[in-house]
Design a protein around this ligand. Sequence first.
Ligand SMILES: [Zn+2]
Length: 277
Amino acid sequence: MNKTGNLRKMRTELNTPVSYSLLLNDTAIALNPAIGHPLKLTYTGTINCIHCGRKTKKSFNQGYCYPDFIKLAQCDSCIIKPEQCHYAAGTCREPEWGEANCLQPHYVYLANSSGLKVGITRHNQIPTRWIDQGAVAAVPVMKVSSRQLSGLMEVAFKDHVADKTSWQKMLKGVAEPVDMLARRDELLAAVQDSIVELQARFGADAIQLLPEAEVVQIEFPVDVYPTKVKSFNFDKDPVVEGVLQGIKGQYLIFDSGVINIRKFGGYEVTVASAALA
Ligand SMILES: [Zn+2]
């Protein structure tokens, strides 16, 4: 197989193990069958914005052109810090986008990626978000009425649990098991005052606990985990090749190094593999 197109975030499906597809524009290439075989990605030198398609010399925020980066609500800093949502102040960059994406139910969850962490995601991004983070287990803890409220709740959790994944550690093996439900109950007790406070501000119905939620276990298609994590960067070296040893999160793991596919959204690459039709 030899195909050229612009990279997108890999598409995933929660199977045992997770099924991955490499996306070149709209063409999906099932990637699990390539594990154990040589694979080569060559960057052509062209980047097209993942939003508008125009050519851009540099990629911003994992694939956008500069004009979109400063204009789109999805590139605003409140996406990374949802507690700073400014929709209510009337200054959302794109109010309609905010209504469709941020003023929607969100989940606060716990995941075990490189250890236990708290995170938030839109209701329709479960379990995609967990897979993208390389979590081996995850459980939704509460359903809240908006992205902003999920961010405010996450801030309260952050005093007691991590909110970041160490991607190097995540790539080096399977995280130590954590008793997710026991940790959830401890953390809920620790943030009880914040729950009461935010319910007083946003309404009792705005925060719903999910005591019946089940822990989702996730297995990744990895034959061999790297002992040292060397990362490829298309901006420095346009050729990424080696034997594909596995896929985890949004990373391809080669015997020669790893690459974060999501980081290179919009990059035009040629994918070559004898193992894929
Ligand atoms: Zn653009």
